[in-house]
Ligand binder design. Structure first.
Ligand SMILES: [Zn+2]
Length: 139
């Protein structure tokens, strides 16, 4: 069962982030790396912010991450999340992937117990129609 109900708006891949979502559909968390200077970036973008190259490679993230920052949501910004309150939106980072920060949900924890630096483990949220979203829970 998905974290949020099926009325939750779904990702709408575009030409820049389609490879990211295609990897997620295979339950692989991958991030862009510049094909020239190696600078990592997320969300996906057409050019490197460091050297302006359009060359891209993709690197696979480890399943381990940590809380860089987070907020606890107490008010529903969309009707689909009303039954999930309160829930945690986290900004997570990955060992060995400097510069990459992913906005995601931190689950399976009482929101008041989330802490910056807390180790996390990736899990894949099946939202149907072959789409999976990366979410995290305490390691
Ligand atoms: Zn570059």
């Amino acid at each position: 069962m998905a974290l949020f109900p099926e009325t939750m708006p779904r990702p709408e891949p575009d030409m820049d982030d389609a490879p990211y979502w295609e990897a997620c559909a295979r339950r692989q968390l991958r991030f862009q790396s510049c094909g020239v200077c190696g600078l990592l970036r997320h969300p996906p973008a057409p050019i490197c912010g460091g050297c302006h190259s359009t060359e891209v490679t993709w690197v696979t993230a480890p399943a381990e991450a940590e809380v860089f920052s987070f907020t606890v949501i107490h008010h529903a910004s969309h009707a689909a999340v009303a039954d999930n309150l309160p829930y945690v939106v986290g900004l997570v980072t990955f060992p060995g992937l400097p510069g990459v920060k992913l906005v995601t949900n931190i689950t399976d924890i009482v929101p008041s117990e989330v802490r910056i630096g807390m180790p996390l483990t990736l899990w894949w949220d099946d939202i149907g129609d072959g789409m999976y979203l990366p979410r995290f829970r305490p390691a």
